[in-house]
Design a protein around this ligand. Structure first.
Ligand SMILES: [Zn+2]
Ligand SMILES: [Zn+2]
Length: 131
């Protein structure tokens, strides 16, 4: 080991990055730790995953992971009765009836409103598609 590898600090934890943990984030371009050697100990301050869209490895530091929860769409995961009925292509009374009959997983709030998970509605659509 006679080379002069400069140990720049990780943008996440500020510790020096070793050669085998040197990774650059595809989100912010900063240096972070990601152990790329299974046979050597190393710190992980982010992740790497295979992008199906680009068929390339995507490096993401922890800061970008936390800033971009785009991978887990929780925003529209829960629907109220009218949204769910629209998504299911049913009328609100039809869907409420299906929920009451137990054929659609749902939750009832303290105020009596029905809430549906988008997944449950999609499952309903798939089940109807098969029928
Ligand atoms: Zn680090
Ligand atoms: Zn980043």
């Amino acid at each position: 080991m006679t080379d002069t590898f400069r140990a720049d600090p990780c943008s996440i934890c500020a510790e020096p990055v070793e050669r085998h943990t040197e990774s650059y984030c595809n989100g912010c371009g900063r240096l972070f730790h990601l152990n790329q050697r299974e046979d050597l100990p190393g710190r992980d301050c982010g992740t790497v995953s295979l992008s199906e869209a680009h068929l390339a490895l995507e490096f993401l530091c922890n800061a970008c992971l936390e800033a971009a929860p785009a991978a887990s769409p929780t925003l529209d995961a829960v629907l109220d009765l009218s949204e769910a009925a629209q998504a299911a292509g049913m009328s609100e009374p039809e869907l409420a009836q299906a929920a009451a009959a137990g054929s659609v997983p749902h939750r009832r709030t303290a105020g009596g409103s029905l809430l549906f998970e988008r997944e449950a509605i999609e499952g309903l659509l798939r089940a109807r598609g098969r029928a």
